[in-house]
Write a protein that binds this ligand. Structure first.
Ligand SMILES: Cc1cc2nc3c(=O)[nH]c(=O)nc-3n(C[C@H](O)[C@H](O)[C@H](O)COP(=O)(O)O)c2cc1C
Length: 205
C-alpha cells in the first residue's frame, strides 16, 4: 500500500468487530515498531499480547473501569470545552471498558524509563517516553495497512497493572492498545481542521 494511503487511513477506533487478527500481521507490526528511532540506540521495548477474558478483566479491574458512566455528568464536565474535543470525550469515555472487552487483542506496550517519572526534571529525562511513542506510531501504521486499528489507552494505575501482569519493576507501561477490525458503523469523529500554512514558520515564529 502507498505510504500516504496508510498515513491517511490510520485512525483511532473504539468499536471493534468480533473477528480474529492474524498473528503474522501483529508480529510484522511489532517488527515495524522496532524500526522506530530510539534515544539511546537500545530499543528497550516489550509487547504483551492479551486475548483472554481473564487478562482483559484484570486490566478493567486495575483501571476501575467496571462502573457505568453517567453521560449527564460527563456533559457537565466538558460543557466549557471546544465542541470537537467534547464530542471526542463524550464518545470515548463510555467506551473505555467495552473497547477492551470487544477487541480481539489488547497490546500492552512496555518500555525502560531513563529516569523514574517522579524524578524527571528535564525534557531529556523523557526521551524514553518520546521514543516508545514513535515505536507505537510505527505499530499502528503497520496495522492500518491491514485495516486493523487501535486505540491508545493510557493506564493510570500502572503499579497495579505491573504487579498483575508480572512486569519487572524497573520497566514502565506506555500504553494499553486494544486492536481489531472496525465495525462497519464505527464512529468517525470530526478532526480539527488545520491550515498547514499557519503552522509552518520560517527562520522565526
Ligand atoms: C498520548 C495519547 C493518549 C490517549 N489516551 C487515550 C485514552 O486513554 N483513551 C482513549 O480512548 N483514547 C486515547 N487516545 C486517542 C485519542 O483520543 C485520539 O488519538 C484522538 O482523538 C485523535 O484521533 P485519531 O487517532 O483518530 O486521529 C490517546 C491518544 C494519545 C496520542
Amino acid at each position: 500500500m502507498e505510504f500516504n494511503e496508510v498515513i491517511g487511513k490510520r485512525q483511532t477506533i473504539r468499536d471493534f468487530e468480533n473477528k480474529a487478527i492474524p498473528a503474522s500481521v501483529v508480529e510484522h507490526a511489532i517488527e515495524n515498531a522496532f524500526k522506530a528511532p530510539t534515544y539511546n540506540h537500545l530499543r528497550e521495548w516489550d509487547f504483551i499480547l492479551i486475548s483472554s477474558l481473564e487478562a482483559k478483566l484484570k486490566l478493567i479491574e486495575s483501571e476501575h473501569l467496571e462502573k457505568p458512566i453517567d453521560i449527564n455528568e460527563l456533559e457537565k464536565l466538558f460543557r466549557n470545552e471546544e465542541t470537537i474535543m467534547k464530542e471526542m470525550y463524550l464518545d470515548a469515555i463510555p467506551k473505555q471498558k467495552k473497547m477492551i472487552l470487544d477487541a480481539p487483542q489488547v497490546i500492552v506496550v512496555v518500555y525502560k524509563p531513563k529516569t523514574s517519572i517522579e524524578k524527571a526534571l528535564r525534557i531529556y529525562d523523557l526521551n524514553c517516553l518520546a521514543s516508545v511513542w514513535t515505536c507505537i506510531e510505527n505499530f499502528l501504521l503497520s496495522l492500518a495497512e491491514h485495516d486493523i486499528f487501535g486505540v491508545t489507552f493510557i493506564p493510570q494505575n500502572t503499579a497495579s497493572l505491573k504487579e498483575k501482569f508480572g512486569i519487572p519493576p524497573q520497566l514502565e507501561i506506555a500504553a494499553v492498545i486494544p486492536i481489531g477490525y472496525r465495525v462497519q458503523d464505527a464512529k468517525k469523529l470530526k478532526q480539527k481542521a488545520i491550515n498547514i500554512v499557519d503552522r509552518i514558520h520560517t527562520d522565526k515564529w
